[in-house]
Design a binder for this molecule. Sequence first.
Ligand code: ATP
Ligand code: MG
Length: 458
Amino acid sequence: MDLLVRGRVWRLLAVDAVGRELPPSGDPAWAELDHHIRFTVWRACRAIPLIVLGMDVLGWSTDFVLVADDPVTHRALTVMRAGAAPICLAMFASFHFTTLARRRPLAVSAPFALTLVAFAAFQLGSLGGVERQLFDFLMFALVPTVMAPAPIVARIGYVSAMAAAMSLGFFAPYGHWSHPFAAATVAFLASIAAMLIVIGHIVYVGACRAFFQEREIERTAAELKALSDSLEGQVQEKTVELRRLYEHLQLVREDERARLSRELHDELGQQLSAIGYVLATAKVRSDRDPASTRRSLDEVSSLLQRASETTRDIARELRPPLLEQYGFVSACEWMARKVTDHLRLECAFESAQDGPECPEPVAVAVYRVLQEALTNVGRHAMATKVRVELRSDASAVELRVTDDGRGLPPDGELGDGLGLVGMEQRMLGLGGTFSVTSGAEGGAVVHARVPMAARSAA
Ligand SMILES: Nc1ncnc2c1ncn2[C@@H]1O[C@H](COP(=O)(O)OP(=O)(O)OP(=O)(O)O)[C@@H](O)[C@H]1O
Ligand SMILES: [Mg+2]
């Protein structure tokens, strides 16, 4: 009920500067707001009795100067101040030593506020009717209620009860009703009370809105921080991966150079030296032994044949020749069958090509990914069957390698190997995607996709 009325009045009064909706009724934010309000009122009510008491003591000391020549007024004010002190102390005790005050701070503060106001009005009323304008001073007691963070129903009840206590305390015991200005004074009090209710409610709406906005800002800040922490973690992880991959590639390159240099030196170098030696011998013997020269030339011819084969072998090692010879799909199928035959695995190769010819960087990258995926099946999967699916259309080439082995390690720990990182980097380098997951029916699934219009060479 309280929420309903609050919601309705809000719609009438609240102007939302940033166009944000308030949380719908029933949202946990409202419960948080209620808790916040209760706590704020409770904390204020712990300090208010001390403030009033301080003003009371201050007023009591100034009375000796201000109304020194009017003993009747001085006595009434002294009684008023003396009576206010125990009320303030009782309120102070309630808010410091009871738990009810913490749960219902507005309700607990009400009897003290009403008694205080009624008693003050009773004492001022004893000094005369509305003609002395003492009642006007009392009205100031209502002003602080604008600061109270109370919903509209509680606010109307609170302010009206204070105005009523004030009027009854002042008018009822002394019959001041009969004064010609009495009705006008009470009407003035009512209009002041109504105005304070409206101003108080607007202040309250503003405070609630600030509360929701602050809550929203805190929530968004927490989300952003979590996101930035996770991004930072991912960036660090990837940086370490890339550094390891880079170091690995440097080693591979050095190994490759050493192997090529060995091959050139030991194989090709030897063969060329042998050709040189045979030719030199033939030159010396050419005049006197033509038959031996012919044999030497035959030997040179066969040495040249071997040198040419060696050169071809080296070139073949350097670049997958099948891609050029047979085309992308056939080369992939040939390699898949060769590797799986070697591993004694059953291999199903499916391909569907519906688009232009695959650009060379894409073809080489996908070929290498397939090669490493099949090597991994042989090394880790303990599988009996592998399925290779290769599809392409006008926009992308897609490769899926599925095995029926034991799947990825259940703890998700993929070790320090660089095969997966290398495959992923190849795909990302071409603006593609890469994933390796455990299959729904066991085994592992490697999936790679590269756009035909790849961004750069792998
Ligand atoms: N088909 C698969 N089935 C089961 N586990 C796999 C499969 N492919 C990869 N894995 C798991 O992923 C891990 C990482 O593979 P990755 O290729 O990165 O490294 P590696 O093969 O161990 O070493 P290398 O750097 O020589 O490739 C493997 O250790 C293995 O646990
Ligand atoms: Mg591997």
